[in-house]
Design a protein around this ligand. Structure first.
Ligand code: R5P
Length: 311
């Protein structure tokens, strides 16, 4: 087995390689003067089972291109099997046509990864499970919920918890987390988005009075959804509000928004390399998915069950 990394999240790749006790494959990525990306693998990978780790987070297009070029380099170097390990799958929110004459970019990205030469894909908390169907190659979608549930249990024990979905679309994810927390009760924020990029909280479905609310979502981007949800929950009598979000996209002024919000804590994972601003925030904590991804890689290489990781 070989583990190769792009530049999007080297600390995560090193942690995964550490978990698997294999060194990172010696490769380098260079730029031409016009910003073209050039990948060079400095060791033999012929006949190897290679896992290339690269979340397609900010800068999304550069990181995606680096992944595609890395896969191409591996294919031309005769790797036996190439698994694209994309802990955060960028473009996933463009998984349907929101209106006439619009693209389904998540499908286009899936096509690009496949055409580049990937034989398998491994991701974490895809925005929508159906994105697996955009690939005609085996795709494993890991869940960060077990990592989050362990942390929540350690922090809150048997306190009065309530799992909250920040929108109707996230109910399945929230219910799955609630089940892991001894069937904690569930509430839903009924959010209406009037304009793209803006979110507005309308209603809370469920009684959150005197509960420690745990908001769960796959992505925090601008932070609008969560910060508004936290305010609404406190207005409805919640004792405290924390958020557990797999992918800390945290664009623009999101960290400042979180710092100034009613959220007690935002817990994200290292699927995306945390920015300096989020590392400096005393409101943001990072859990690692390296053991989860590392274990999945080990099982894929051994051809043993990956789904049993979710038990
Ligand atoms: C949307 O469907 C996602 O699950 C997140 O709720 C959304 O991307 C969060 O965006 P923001 O932080 O910009 O409100």
């Amino acid at each position: 087995m070989k583990i190769m990394s792009g530049n999007a999240n080297l600390p995560l790749a090193r942690a995964i390689a550490g978990y698997l006790e294999v060194p990172l494959t010696d490769a380098s990525v260079r730029r031409f003067a016009d910003e073209e990306i050039f990948v060079e693998i400095h060791e033999n990978v012929r006949g190897e089972d290679v896992f290339i780790i690269q979340p397609t987070s900010f800068p999304a297009n550069d990181n995606l291109m680096e992944l595609l070029i890395g896969i191409d380099a591996l294919r031309r170097a005769s790797a036996r099997r190439i698994t694209a390990v994309v802990p955060y799958f960028g473009y996933a929110r463009q998984d349907r046509k929101p209106g006439p004459r619009t693209p389904i970019s998540a499908k286009l990205v899936a096509n690009l990864i496949t055409e580049a030469g990937a034989n398998r894909v491994l991701s974490v908390d895809l925005h929508a499970g159906q994105i697996q169907g955009f690939f005609d190659i085996p795709t494993d979608n890991l869940y960060a919920a077990p990592v989050m549930a362990a942390d929540i249990q350690a922090r809150y024990g048997n306190e009065d918890l309530m799992v909250v979905s920040p929108d109707v679309g996230g109910v399945v994810r929230a219910r799955a987390l609630a089940k892991r927390l001894d069937n904690a009760p569930l509430a839903i924020v009924d959010k209406r988005r009037e304009r793209p990029g803006e979110s507005e909280v309308m209603n809370i479905i469920g009684n959150v009075q005197d509960r420690h609310c745990i908001l769960i979502d796959d992505i925090i981007d601008s932070g609008g959804t969560l910060c508004n949800a936290a305010t609404a929950l406190l207005e409805h009598g919640a004792k405290s509000v924390a958020a557990y979000i797999t992918h800390g996209v945290l664009s623009g002024g999101a960290v400042a928004r979180v710092n100034g919000s009613a959220l007690k804590e935002l817990v994200i994972t290292d699927s995306i390399l945390p920015t300096e601003a989020s590392m400096a925030s005393d409101r943001i904590r990072v859990l690692s998915v390296a053991p989860l991804v590392g274990e999945a890689i080990r099982r894929i290489a051994d051809e043993s069950s990956v789904s049993s990781l979710f038990d």
